[in-house]
Design a protein around this ligand. Structure first.
Ligand code: NDP
Length: 275
C-alpha cells in the first residue's frame, strides 16, 4: 500500500512541499503519496485525527499550527521542545512523535550548499519570533564562535538568549536591541524577522557586514528580498534567501520518516529555475 503523507496548514495551497517530496520519492524509487491537507483554523486536531485514522504516516506542519503540533505530540525531540514548535509529525501506532527540522534545514543549507564554516564565525540572528526560536539550538550546535540575537523589541531577544543560555558547552550568546551592535561586524547575518513580507528592512546599523560575509533571509521570493538588497548595498559579500532552508528541512523530515537522506541539489535547482 502507498504510504500517505501531507502538509497541513491554513492556508496551504501555496506550499511547495508536495512538489519537493514527490521529487525526493521519485529519485529514491519510493512509493509514497504526499498531498496538501488544509485544516480549519479551529480544526487542527480533528483534521490530524482523521488523517491518522485513514492510515496517514506523517505530516509536515506549517503556519499557523506549529505550536499545536507540539501540543498533540506524545513525545518530542529536544530541538522541537526548545523551539516551542513542531513542523514534523510521525505516527506510530498510538504514538505521535514531533520534531522541528527548520533549524537543521537552515544549518545544512548554510554548510552544505553555501559553504559556511561555522568554526570561526560570528553570527547575528535578527528577530525573536517563531522563526528565530527554531534556529537557535541548531546554530549553537555548529560550534560557531559567537551568536548574537537582536530584535526590534530588545526584551524579546534578551529573553530568547537567556532561555538558550543553558545549552551545554555553548559559545558566547547574547541578546539585545539593534543599537547595541553598532560598530560590530558579523560573518553571517540571518534575517529571521517577517519584515521582508511587508517589503521592509529591520533598521540595523549599516556597518554590521564583515568582509566576506553572508546575509541570509529566511524568507524566499522570486527576486532578491529587501533584506538581501540592503545587505548587498552595505558590504555583504554574498546573499541568499530561505528556499534552500525549505528544501533542506523537507529532506531532514523525509529522512526522519523514511530513513533515507534524499539528494537536494537537483530539487533546489528545479524550484529556482522551473522549466
Ligand atoms: P513571527 O511573527 O513569530 O515574528 C516576527 C519577527 O519579526 C519578530 O521578531 C518581529 O519583531 C520582527 N519584525 C516584524 N516586522 C518587523 C520590521 N518591520 N522591522 C523589524 N523587525 C520586524 O514570525 P516568524 O518568526 O514565524 O517568521 C519570520 C520569517 O521567517 C518569515 O518571513 C517566515 O516566512 C520565515 N520562515 C522561513 C522558513 C523557511 O523554511 N525558509 C521557516 C520558518 C520561518 P518584534 O518582536 O519587535 O515585533
Amino acid at each position: 500500500m502507498t504510504d500517505r503523507y501531507a502538509v497541513i496548514g491554513n492556508p496551504v495551497a501555496h506550499s511547495k512541499s508536495p512538489q519537493i517530496h514527490a521529487a525526493f520519492a521519485r529519485a529514491n524509487g519510493d512509493d509514497l503519496d504526499f498531498s496538501l491537507l488544509p485544516a480549519p483554523l479551529d480544526g487542527f486536531r480533528a483534521t490530524v485525527a482523521e488523517f491518522r485514522a485513514a492510515g496517514g504516516k506523517g505530516l509536515s506542519v506549517t503556519l499557523p499550527f506549529k505550536l499545536e503540533a507540539l501540543e498533540i505530540a506524545t513525545s518530542a525531540a529536544e530541538r522541537a521542545r526548545r523551539a516551542g514548535a513542531a513542523n514534523f509529525l510521525r505516527f506510530e501506532g498510538t504514538e505521535i512523535l514531533a520534531d522541528n527540522t527548520d533549524g537543521a534545514g537552515l544549518v545544512r543549507d548554510l554548510t552544505q550548499n553555501l559553504g559556511i564554516d561555522f568554526r570561526d564565525s560570528r553570527v547575528l540572528v535578527v528577530g525573536a519570533g517563531g522563526g528565530a526560536r527554531g534556529i537557535i539550538l541548531p546554530l549553537l550546535e555548529t560550534g560557531l564562535r559567537a551568536l548574537r540575537i537582536v530584535n526590534r523589541t530588545a526584551d524579546r531577544a534578551q529573553a530568547l538568549a537567556l532561555e538558550f543560555a543553558s545549552v551545554a558547552g555553548r559559545p558566547a550568546l547574547s541578546g539585545g536591541g539593534y543599537a547595541e551592535i553598532a560598530g560590530e561586524r558579523y560573518d553571517v547575518v540571518i534575517n529571521a524577522t517577517s519584515a521582508s513580507i511587508a517589503g521592509a528592512v529591520p533598521a540595523l546599523p549599516l556597518d554590521i557586514f564583515a568582509s566576506g560575509s553572508l546575509a541570509y533571509d529566511l524568507m524566499y521570493a522570486e527576486n532578491d528580498t529587501p533584506f538581501m538588497l540592503f545587505a548587498s548595498q552595505h558590504g555583504a559579500a554574498r546573499t541568499a534567501d530561505g528556499l534552500g532552508m525549505l528544501v533542506e528541512q523537507a529532506a531532514e523530515s523525509y529522512y526522519l520518516w523514511r530513513g533515507v537522506r534524499p539528494q537536494t541539489a537537483g530539487v533546489l535547482r528545479a524550484l529556482r529555475h522551473p522549466a
